[in-house]
Design a protein around this ligand. Sequence first.
Ligand code: C5P
Length: 402
Amino acid sequence: MDRPLAGKTIVLGITGSIAAYKGAEVARRLMKAGAEVHATLTRAGCEFITPLTLRTLTRNPVTVDMFEAPEEWEVKHVSLAQRASAVVVAPASANAIAKLALGLADEFIYAVALASRAPLVVAPAMNTNMYLHPATRENLDRLRARGAVVVEPEEGELASGAVGQGRLADPEAIVAAVARAAGRGDLQELRALVTAGPTREPLDPVRFISNRSSGRMGYALAGAAAERGARVTLVSGPTELPPPRGCEVVRVTTAEEMREAVTRRFPECDVLIAAAAVADYAPARAEPTKMKRGAGPLTVELRPTADIVAECARARREGQIVVGFAAETEDLLPRAREKMKDKGLDAIVANDVSVEGIGFESEENAGVMLLAKGGEVRLEKMPKPAFAHAVWEVVKELRGAG
Ligand code: C5P
C-alpha cells in the first residue's frame, strides 16, 4: 500500500492545541499517501500555525473564517463535506471533541463534520488531565458510538513538561487510520458470514467441555467487514464481548447449534470466515441431572463433532470463498497446509497459540495466511482489529482474482 489515499479527498481540521504545528506534518503525510487535502484551521488553531503553511503544503486554499465569503461558504462546507472520503480532526483539542460530540457548528471544520456522511477520524492532543476528564471521556465515547475513529494519544512528555497521556499520536498512525476509514465501503457488495468464540459441549446441566477462545478474533473480523460496508452475520459461541457494530449476531452454544446456524446461512453468503474454536469432540451423551461424585475414576465417551467449515467448503458454489483458522502449538505451517487441503478451504490463517501474547485470550495476533492457489501472506504481530483488516485485504484480492 504505497499511496493508500490516491484519488481521495480529505478534509483536515487543525484545532487549538499546542500540537497544532504537528497538523502540518499530518497534512504532508496525507499528501504523500496520495490524498487531496483541504485544510482548515479554527480560530484558536491560527494562534499556533498559519494558513500560509498549510496552503503551501496542500496547494489548496485554507479556510479559516466561515464567513469570509458569505456567498460562498455555505456551498464550500457542503460541497467539501460531500466530496470528502474522510473528515479528520488532528490535533483535536478537548474543546473540538466537545463540539463534535454535541454537533455544534460554529467553525468551518465542525460544519463540515456535520454536513458530511464520510467517516470522522479524531486524533486528540491535550494535557493529561483534560484528556482523562470525564467530560472528555464521555465525549469521545459518544463519538466512537457514532462510528468515529479515535486515534488515541500517546504517553510521553507534554508541552507543559509533565509526562502523561495526551501527546498527539504519531502522524503515520493517523494517516493509517485515515486510510482505513477512507477505504470503508470497499466491501459494500459483500455478504460475510463469520464464526467466533468457543463452543460448549454439555456433560450435564451444569458442566461442559470448552476451550480458551475469547472470540476476539472473530468479533474483530466481523466488525472490520461491517465497518467497510459488508453485510455481516456473526455466529458466535458464548463470549463476554459486546456485539460488533452493524452485524447481525446469532448466538449459539454447542458445535451442533453452530453447525445448524452456519450451514443454514452459508448459501446466502459470499465469504465464510470460520474463526470459531469449535469443539472437535463432544460428550456422547449429556446427563439429564447433575452427575454425582463417585469413588472411582470416571470415563466419559466423546464423539467427534461435524466439521462445519469442511461441510460448507464441500457445499460451496462458484465464487464463494471459505477461510479457516488453524490454531496450533507445533508444526504450525505443515499442519495448517494439511488442514486447508483436507477441508477444501481457499485459505487458512495459521497461528501458533503456544506463543505468549498472541492468539487465544490476547488482544493481538500474528500468523501466516496460506492460500490454496499457492503463496502465503505473513501477518506480523498487531492488534486483532488491524489483523482482521489485513485478512479482509487478502480475501478481497482472492475475490478479485476469482
Ligand atoms: O480441525 P480444526 O478444529 O483444527 O480446524 C480449525 C478450523 O476448522 C477453524 O477454522 C474452525 O473454525 C473450523 N472448525 C469447524 N468445525 C469444527 C472444528 C473446526 O468449522 N467442528
